[in-house]
Design a protein around this ligand. Sequence first.
Ligand SMILES: [Fe+2]
Ligand SMILES: [Fe+2]
Length: 132
Amino acid sequence: MDVPSLQWRSSYESGHAAIDGQHRHLFALGRKLVDEVAANRPVGALVEVLSRNLVAHFEAEERLLAEAGFPGTVEHAREHARIVRDVRQLGARMAENPTLSSDAVEKLVFGVIAAHVLGSDPMFFHYLRARA
Ligand SMILES: [Fe+2]
Ligand SMILES: [Fe+2]
């Protein structure tokens, strides 16, 4: 996959208003995090906010998928758990070393979060649309 853009596009939408609003907000937080790190500003609090928003979003999404009977719910939830673990690990590393390289942050935001929203989530978009 190409490096995903953090600029929200209408083509990223699932058609489910709550999920789309959460995704858009996560992208905005991701953009802010990348910008703050590039500007050498401390981002511990922002990583914490991102982590909380991710957990809340993943819980909402997993509930929706389970209720809809999406066949890939368990595997999807596993991917969510891996992402939360990665974000928490980054937060812990930042607590020890606040001047962490922007590479690690960009890898997490682009390679993990955006890649999940743009690569894995669309697998259930079609399923939900077909049931709507
Ligand atoms: Fe999602
Ligand atoms: Fe997801």
